[in-house]
Design a protein around this ligand. Structure first.
Ligand code: ADP
Ligand code: MG
Length: 279
């Protein structure tokens, strides 16, 4: 049998397993910045929709927001992994997230053959946010209290929802929201089958300095127990995995978005990649 036929046959049981299921994908890192990887990502997401899955994309845009702030001569500061956000910072973040990144992703998916709809926390009151507990240090960074999935269920019936991680509170203040947190909470609220986080490392590493120390599988209790000891951007990602699983998601994955088509590899081949978190 040819290798191509072999590959298709290998995918069949997975296509059957995932048919009609919702998969929340956190998009970020190199996969969002490199042109070739952007195209590969769009192809993958569109393919998921074609074979009967329900993909929902959630994205941030850290590096691009920083780049635009620098162009505008604004000061960029982080505190414990969170962007210190005054009202002006949030304004720029929102312009970059919605006006540029979100619309780029939407048009790319459209172009590959599956219409997408872009939205953020305000649309259909998707996210209800409150300032994070250390708001006195970081400013307008929001924590999601509730996700109203009604708007997503409407859109996902026909389109691929693409969610930018920004939100507004009841008084009309805008907030930055960590995109991992947003993805985990959307997955939980939708009762998604899977939540997949694309990042710029192989997955959750036992030793962040050692790429060979990949933890390929972990139970949600183990992840929760180790959460406090994890640093940097990996902590909100693992916390989001915990959130998703506690909310009823079956599998959460952290995968290497620097590899083209990592989504397809994870979903449709036996060669599971990255870190898988299970209930
Ligand atoms: P993303 O854009 O995917 O959210 P982040 O930079 O926020 O990327 O988070 C991923 C980063 O977390 C990694 O690039 C790495 O520098 C850091 N990190 C800290 N601890 C770990 C760990 N134990 N395993 C993997 N990455 C870790
Ligand atoms: Mg991050």
């Amino acid at each position: 049998m040819s290798a191509n036929v072999q590959t298709l046959l290998e995918a069949l049981p997975y296509i059957r397993e995932f048919h009609g299921r919702t998969v929340v994908i956190k998009y970020g890192g190199a996969a969002m910045r490199d042109e070739e990887l952007r195209e590969a990502f769009a192809t993958d997401v569109v393919l998921l929709k074609y074979v009967g899955l329900n993909p929902v994309v959630v994205h941030g845009g850290g590096p691009e927001i920083t780049e635009y702030m620098e162009r505008l001569g604004m000061e960029v500061r982080f505190h414990e992994g969170l962007r210190v956000s005054d009202a002006q910072t949030v304004e720029v973040a929102k312009m970059v997230l919605l006006g540029k990144l979100n619309s780029d992703i939407v048009q790319r998916l459209n172009r590959h053959g599956q219409p997408a709809v872009g939205l953020s926390g305000e649309d259909g009151s998707l996210f209800e946010v409150e300032p994070v507990p250390n708001a006195d240090q970081v400013g307008f960074v929001g924590s999601i209290q509730r996700v109203d999935v009604d708007v997503l269920n409407h859109i996902a019936a026909d389109y691929i929802p693409v969610i930018a991680s920004a939100a507004t509170d009841r008084s009309g203040n805008s907030y930055n929201v960590n995109a991992d947190e947003a993805a985990g909470k959307v997955a939980a609220a939708l009762g998604a089958y899977k939540a997949i986080f694309l990042t710029d490392v192989a997955g959750w590493l036992e030793d962040p300095e050692d790429p060979a120390s990949l933890i390929s599988r972990a139970g949600v209790d183990e992840v929760e127990a180790k959460l406090e000891s994890v640093a940097g951007g990996m902590r909100p990602k693992l916390a989001a995995c915990v959130n998703a699983i506690r909310g009823g998601t079956q599998y959460a994955h952290i995968i290497d978005g620097r590899k083209p088509h990592s989504l397809l590899l994870e979903l449709f081949t036996r060669a599971g990649i990255g870190t898988m978190v299970t209930p």
